[in-house]
Write a protein that binds this ligand. Structure first.
Ligand code: NAD
Ligand code: MN
Length: 357
């Protein structure tokens, strides 16, 4: 049997309601999986900032690095106006732990208007998000000009495309278990870019991704390309045309938030921040101050994030069980939280999913 130590960073607001549900899920996995878990609660977020002057205590980072095999991150609140000294702990964590990919599975169950079952793999370390910006006065005196560096490297493009290919192969494997719906009968990776305009930056991303996906292990993976703007159009017209989408940071950010809208509630959409040696599951929603403390937050985004984390820790069987249990709850559509039009509380949705494991 395997024992995994999981760091729990609940954060603010409903993070404190959904992360305990994630923990319960891990504790409730069938013993036939031979998995044991130990947990460590770690502070981060706006409340932590107000108490300690930092949103991400050094001890949180050190404990994750030294003791943990994986982590779950709930949500943090950001101050609505700029507060001196505050910076987002999730952005810092991704950097400190070298979590170079943000992986977002987007799935709508069978009864939905249009089938959606895809994964967006977003590069998480470079592109315009290197935040190398400057502002200066236009030489002709016509006002200010601001500019930013868009950095694309062969190394980052290669590893993100390789990860996308691995995920496509992985999905093919678990398709048989029913937890990936059979919209696609073979693995497909869509490379997204705008190299018709940005021939050097996006051109390098495109070329490198092509090369990475030409590796022999990806022989069974179909590879296509799509210019990002027409991709948005097609993604919303016909989401069933996609399996795995790989994109540089900015396009990936926009596509993945947009694709979440195809699902119906933010409370359903999971993600994982992935590096070579670490995975951190994270629901896509924020701290939801409007429903905080009421016990009605939808735990499904977190439960799916637990599965996502386990997948990247090599525990695909456990992950597939969780995905299937969640799908069962959604298909039956009886025990649903208010964001899904139901009346069930966080606890009740969790119990229904646990029952289906
Ligand atoms: P939000 O995701 O917190 O909420 C948007 C809407 O979706 C709200 O009406 C909320 O009630 C609902 N919702 C979200 N998750 C839900 C769930 N699990 N179950 C039921 N309903 C759910 O986004 P926001 O309101 O724009 O931001 C609130 C705070 O969260 C802000 O401080 C923001 O900065 C922060 N935020 C954090 C993250 C993160 O930690 N990754 C992401 C987005 C926003
Ligand atoms: Mn975003």
């Amino acid at each position: 049997s395997r024992t995994l130590r999981i760091g729990l960073i609940a954060g603010d607001g409903i993070g404190k309601e959904v992360i305990p549900a994630g923990r319960r899920l891990l504790e409730s996995l069938p013993s036939s999986l031979n998995l044991n878990f130990s947990f460590v609660d770690l502070p981060a977020g706006f409340e932590t900032f107000k108490e300690t002057g930092t949103a991400l205590p050094e001890k949180t980072v050190e404990t994750l690095k030294k003791e943990c095999d994986g982590a779950l991150f709930g949500a943090v609140s950001s101050p609505s106006t700029k507060v001196a000294g505050y910076s987002s702990p999730i952005v810092a964590l991704r950097k400190r732990l070298d979590l170079y990919a943000n992986v977002r599975p987007v799935k709508a169950i069978a009864s939905a208007r249009s089938p959606v079952d895809l994964v967006i793999v977003r590069e998480n370390t470079e592109d315009l998000y290197v935040k190398d910006e400057r502002t200066f006065d236009a030489p002709d005196g016509s006002g200010k000009v601001a500019e930013a560096i868009k950095r694309i490297s062969e190394k980052a493009s290669h590893r993100i495309a390789t990860l996308a290919g691995d995920i496509a192969l992985q999905r093919q494997k678990i398709r048989a278990t029913g937890s990936v719906s059979s919209i696609h009968n073979r693995p497909l990776v869509t490379i997204t870019h705008k190299s018709n305009v940005l021939s050097q930056t996006d051109g390098l991303f495109r070329e490198t991704a092509r090369k990475a996906l030409a590796a022999p292990k990806f022989e069974s993976v179909e590879v296509e390309e799509q210019i990002v703007d027409s991709m948005v159009y097609k993604l919303f017209r016909q989401p069933s045309a996609y399996d795995v989408i790989v994109a540089p940071n900015l396009y990936g950010d926009i596509l993945s938030d947009g694709a979440a809208a195809l699902v119906g509630s933010l409370g359903l959409v999971p993600s994982a921040n992935v590096g070579d040696n670490f995975a951190m599951g994270e629901p896509c929603h924020g701290s939801a101050p409007d429903i905080e403390g009421q016990g009605i937050a939808n735990p499904i985004a977190t439960l799916r994030s637990v599965a996502c984390m386990l997948e990247f820790m090599g525990e695909e069987t456990a992950a597939a069980k969780i995905y299937a249990a969640v799908d069962g709850n959604l298909e039956e559509a009886k025990i649903l939280s208010p964001d899904m039009g139901g009346k069930a509380r966080t606890e009740e949705v969790l119990e229904d999913v646990l029952k289906r494991l």
